[in-house]
Every structure is written in structure tokens, then in C-alpha cells.
Design a protein around this ligand. Structure first.
Ligand code: ADP
Ligand code: TRP
Length: 325
């Protein structure tokens, strides 16, 4: 029987979600859940390669689960689970590692970048792409939507799938297709660079109103006097406003920049209003989720059970192919 297209992606639990994560990862994932059978998981094993604080890991996993659900992940449509709730993934990672040349991993940019940032080169960090390949192949995934930074990891995944099939026979694992989100969707941070935790220029999605509005007031602007027209090229205020406002409101803000006579303080206030309104439904949903303490655990347990069922099938097939059974 032909089954629905399986779309799989993982998100690392790495702290408070920001607007860049929302438009770059969550919103596309929420949209894609309509188009096939979505498998979305929280990559907690991967997080351990750079974060070794048990309380923070627990907290971040929970926060990400709550935030993803608040942003529209529908557990009736998507299978939503914690990576570590399906420990079978480690066995597949081991099997893949036996066909993985060292040279394939030593050329990975993300490994080299992390070492350059001063992170200790542990084996987990080195083997990260093999575990990621296992994440993908364990569920016979067809499509894997990721940001550009993960492109090379998807190439490693496909290389490993081809190798495993070469050694143990076609159909041992299924070759996935990457869906790479290109740079067009890069969300700009408060200082005009790409919004990123590492640049400390993020605008969180959730939080208390006062400090969040204050954060928006920190947007870096030039010193054009109030009465003069304001530059519209590379304007952080306009770029962010476009994400949150209707086209008509965007055109008004644009015209007010070009006309002059309005100060940046006023523009920032309009931006803060639009931002606050945009996330209002997600904030309301988040409050509902928080009011039901068992809900998140129940969703993740249901997702894990469903994911394990699938993992058992695929791992059984692979174990047979390689001669473990
Ligand atoms: P950060 O740069 O803050 O560490 P991550 O690397 O954890 O963010 O990103 C998690 C996901 O969010 C990735 O899929 C990434 O492509 C997306 N993302 C992060 N920042 C942005 C941004 N500024 N614009 C668009 N997408 C982003
Ligand atoms: N490495 C991905 C990231 O940092 C997260 C991830 C782990 C993932 N396993 C995956 C993404 C499998 C897609 C498929 O964003």
C-alpha cells in the first residue's frame, strides 16, 4: 500500500525561541504538516554534544515542546516526540558508523565551526552527522526540511544511505530528499545582522510584554533628524515590520519613512504593537497548554509510541539485511 509522503525534521532544544527560529523553522514546519505525514522531534541527544547541564536540558526540551505546540504543531496530524524516547536510533547510528569513512565526517563545516568556537572536540560532536542520518533513515523519511546550515549533513545522510544499500542491498534504507530553505528567509536581528543567539541580537517569541517592548526599542537606527525622510534600504524596523503587519500597514510605514516628520521612536512603537498582535494567538494557546500540566507529556508519550512502532519496522529490516538477525 502506498503511504503518505513522510516529512521529518528535528529541532535542537537550545534555549528561548526567537523570531528567526519562528519564521525560519517553526512556521514552515507547521505549514508542512498539512502536506504529508510529519515526524517532528526534539533533538536532545544532539544538544548534549554542546550542552552538559541536566537541568537546562530538561527545561529546554520542555520549553521547546510547549512553544512548538503553541506555534501550531498539531499532534493529531504530526508525530511529535523526543529523540531520546526512541533509543533505537543509537543502534542505527552504530550500524551507519560502520560504513562511514572518517574523511566524510572530518570535512563537515559544522564540526569545524564548533571547534573554531572553542567547543571541545568530543566524539559526539564528530559523529553528530551519523546520528542525524540515523534520525532520518530510521523513519523511512522522504523529505527533510532544514535550514541551509544543515545542507551538508543531509549530503552525509544520503552518502551513508547509498553506502549501506551498496554493501547490504538496495532497499535496506530509503534515500531521503532534502528540502533546503534558502537565504531569502533570513530574519534580521536588532543590530541589523542575521538574528542569532550567538549575536545576542534576538527578539524572543514569548515573554512578558514590558521587557519585550523594551527589547524592540534597542533596534539600532541612524541619527536622521525627526523631520527628515528616513532611509528605507537595510532598515531593520521595516524588515521586521514586514513579517508581522498587513501589506497595507507596511506601505503606510514605508511612506512615513519616505515623507519624514516621524521619529524612530514612533516607528518602533508601531513595530512593537504589530509584533505583539502577531503572536497573540500563539501566546493564548501557550497559556492554555501551561494550564494543563499533563498535556505536553501526554503528547510526547503518544508521539514516542507511534515513532517507536515505525522505528521497530525499519530497524528490523536493517538488522536482517546486515546479518544481526
Ligand atoms: P541560532 O542562530 O539562534 O543559534 P539555530 O541555529 O538554533 O539558531 O536555528 C534553529 C533553526 O532556526 C534553524 O532551522 C535555522 O535555520 C532557523 N533560524 C535561526 N535563525 C534564523 C534567522 N535569523 N532567520 C531565519 N531562520 C533562522
Ligand atoms: N542538526 C539539526 C539542527 O541543528 C537538528 C537535527 C537533528 C535534525 N537531527 C535531525 C534536522 C534530522 C533534520 C533531520 O538544526
Amino acid at each position: 500500500m502506498l503511504r503518505a509522503m513522510r516529512i521529518l525534521t528535528g529541532l535542537q532544544p537550545s534555549g528561548k525561541l526567537h523570531v528567526g527560529n519562528y519564521f525560519g523553522a517553526m512556521e514552515p514546519a507547521v505549514r508542512l504538516q498539512e502536506q504529508g505525514e510529519a515526524f517532528y522531534f526534539i533533538a536532545d541527544y544532539h544538544a548534549m554534544t554542546t550542552m552538559q547541564d541536566p537541568a537546562a536540558l530538561r527545561e529546554n526540551v520542555r520549553e521547546l515542546a510547549i512553544d512548538f505546540l503553541a506555534c501550531g504543531l498539531d499532534p493529531k496530524r504530526a508525530v511529535f516526540f523526543r529523540q531520546s524516547a526512541v533509543p533505537e536510533v543509537n543502534e542505527l547510528a552504530w550500524i551507519l558508523s560502520t560504513v562511514c569513512p572518517m574523511s566524510l565526517l572530518s570535512k563537515c563545516h559544522s564540526y569545524k565551526d564548533k571547534i573554531a568556537q572553542g567547543i571541545a572536540p568530543n566524539h559526539g560532536l564528530f559523529a553528530y552527522p551519523v546520528l542525524m542520518a540515523a534520525d532520518i533513515l530510521l523513519y523511512d523519511s522522504n523529505q527533510v526540511p532544514v535550514g541551509k546550515d544543515q545542507k551538508q549533513h543531509l549530503e552525509v545522510t544520503r552518502d551513508l544511505a547509498v553506502k549501506l544499500n551498496d554493501v547490504y542491498g538496495e532497499g535496506t534504507v530509503i534515500l531521503p530528499e532534502p528540502i533546503i530553505r534558502e537565504d531569502t528567509a533570513v530574519v534580521i536581528g536588532l543590530d541589523g545582522r542575521k538574528m542569532s543567539k550567538s549575536y545576542h541580537n534576538t527578539l524572543p517569541i514569548f515573554g512578558d510584554e514590558k521587557p519585550l517592548r523594551k527589547t524592540l526599542m534597542r533596534i539600532v537606527t541612524d541619527s536622521t533628524p525627526v523631520e527628515e525622510p528616513k532611509p528605507v534600504e537595510n532598515s531593520t524596523i521595516l524588515a521586521l515590520f514586514k513579517l508581522f503587519a498587513s501589506d497595507a500597514d507596511y506601505q503606510t510605514l514605508l511612506a512615513d519613512h519616505q515623507r519624514g516628520g516621524t521619529g524612530y521612536g514612533d516607528f518602533k512603537k508601531r513595530l512593537a504593537d504589530a509584533y505583539w498582535d502577531f503572536f497573540a494567538p500563539m501566546r493564548a494557546r501557550r497559556a492554555e497548554i501551561l494550564a494543563d500540566p499533563g498535556y505536553v507529556d501526554q503528547v510526547l508519550a503518544g508521539g514516542a509510541a507511534r515513532a517507536r512502532e515505525e522505528a521497530a519496522k525499519v530497524l528490523g529490516r536493517v538488522r536482517r539485511a546486515v546479518g544481526l538477525i
